[in-house]
Design a protein around this ligand. Structure first.
Ligand SMILES: Cc1cc2nc3c(=O)[nH]c(=O)nc-3n(C[C@H](O)[C@H](O)[C@H](O)COP(=O)(O)O)c2cc1C
Length: 444
């Protein structure tokens, strides 16, 4: 995320941390080049469009901790990162509440053109009340309604990206027509929230639709993922919790006519690598000195839509009223041994459970357990930028490669072709594919 403090709060104060330079383009272009040299699949930017809720009665902590404020618009950075890389996937987050789907589809298609088909879109619905108020809504839109909103939003985007233009309609024939009007169609979408006539203003890009990421793990979130996602981000806490998500979503995808392998899963994990266990523990202790416990609590409870000012730290999580991230909350409750965890337990969980600490061999053993649980890849959560990535590249990747767990070369082609073997466009089993050719007879 283009901000100082994204997930492991307080780490920006570590002497090695450079994430406070989030507003310098060179921080990101250097990182993108470094990731590409190491054959990472993608760089992914999370994003929010508002503040987390109050903590202890005010939102001051978000300013004092640099906790996702200030934060920059990641979509603007994608074209710059595309210019300095050739193969790296470039994925950003955009919420259905922040932009009309007509302009979003135009932005996404433009970025896919500029990057030669390397974009990914993390579809989110925003769990932050303040974000909803920033877009004129009276408060947080209720949980399942946000997913219904997202259903219509992605439908409009699919219609524009997949159905509005036929391949080959853009001719650029200097002796004749620039484009063939018979190959460009209005979509005439009329729905609950949107009315979009079309046509789409951008001709098809290499992928047409960016690779579709999603991160909700509630029942409504998993149903949305089963229908739409090609990749799912998760914070699962353990391989067993991850398995519940991977098997549920894959089974639901199969019920909808997709294949289990049409959906990839990426677990959010952080690494502290040492040449011995003792060295790794020493390095972890060094990072721990900079962890902000208040920052972690403010972030996680804000993300669940809980008013932080009301709850003492010994409140059991199950007693919190949650309109926001129910899936995340359930994953936390499931993952803490002994049952009935409190807010304080949850903060400890945040600090401990997302981190794998040890020698490359021990971490690789653990990653094999995640792989056995149906997880396809890791979304690396950094302590420090760029050091946490250098640590994985130099310390862990050689062992992962030795076990055949990390790629040594890129597959040719677009981001989608690199992730899946079957083409640069959404496969025919995806619901968006139904819009191809669907508007050829639409009123002009
Ligand atoms: C790994 C991960 C990354 C996420 N990234 C974002 C993000 O960048 N922006 C955002 O608004 N929400 C983000 N979320 C929140 C999800 O989009 C979703 O709203 C949340 O998980 C609650 O959905 P659920 O109730 O279906 O579980 C993320 C969640 C996870 C697990």
């Amino acid at each position: 995320m283009a901000t100082t403090s994204h997930i492991l709060e307080g780490q920006w104060r570590h002497p090695d941390a450079q994430q406070h330079r989030f507003d310098e383009l060179s921080l990101w272009t250097d990182l993108a080049r470094q990731l590409e040299a190491a054959k990472f699949d993608a760089i992914f930017f999370a994003d929010v469009v508002g503040l987390y809720g109050n903590y202890r009665g005010s939102w001051d902590i978000f300013a004092t901790e640099g906790l996702q404020i200030p934060s920059h618009d990641p979509s603007v950075m994608i074209s710059a990162l595309g210019a300095v890389t050739e193969h790296l996937g470039l994925a950003w987050t955009s919420s259905v509440i922040q932009e009309h789907p007509y302009t979003f589809a135009r932005r996404a298609a433009t970025l896919d053109h500029l990057t030669g088909g390397r974009t990914g879109w993390n579809i989110v619905t925003s769990v932050l009340e303040n974000a909803h108020r920033n877009f004129g809504l009276p408060g947080l839109t209720p949980h399942d309604e946000r997913y219904r909103w997202a259903d219509e939003y992605v439908d409009v985007v699919y219609k524009l990206l997949e159905g509005s233009w036929d391949d080959g309609a853009l001719l650029r024939d200097k002796a004749g027509a620039h484009a063939d009007p018979a190959g460009i169609h209005k979509i005439h979408h009329r729905g609950e929230r949107y009315s979009v006539e079309g046509p789409h203003l951008v001709a098809p890009s290499a992928q047409r639709t960016p690779v579709l990421f999603q991160a909700g793990t509630s029942p409504a979130g998993m149903a949305f993922a089963a229908r739409n996602a090609e990749a799912v981000f998760m914070f699962a806490g353990s391989p067993d919790s991850a398995r519940k998500i991977t098997t549920t979503v894959r089974a639901q995808a199969a019920e909808r006519g997709r294949r289990p392998a049409d959906v990839l899963f990426f677990a959010g994990l952080s690494f502290v690598v040492g040449s011995t266990e003792a060295e790794a523990r020493r390095r972890k202790a060094d990072f721990d000195e900079y962890l902000s416990i208040d920052g972690l609590a403010a972030h996680m409870l804000g993300g669940m839509g809980v008013d932080l000012g009301d709850a003492p730290v010994d409140t059991p999580l199950k007693d919190l009223h949650v309109e926001g991230g129910r899936g995340v909350l359930q994953a936390v409750i499931d993952s803490v041994p002994g049952g009935n965890p409190t807010i304080e337990d949850m903060v400890r969980y945040r600090a401990e459970r997302m981190r794998l600490v040890g020698t490359p061999e021990r971490i690789a053993d653990e990653l094999e357990r995640w792989q056995d649980a149906g997880v396809d890849g890791i979304n690396i959560i950094n302590h420090v930028i760029p050091g946490s990535y250098a640590e994985v590249i130099d310390g862990l990747l050689p062992e992962l490669r030795r076990r055949g767990l990390a790629q040594t070369e890129y597959r040719p082609g677009t981001f989608r072709e690199k992730l899946f073997a079957d083409g640069s466009r959404l496969n025919p089993r995806h619901p968006a594919a139904a819009y191809r050719g669907a508007f050829r007879d639409a009123p002009r």
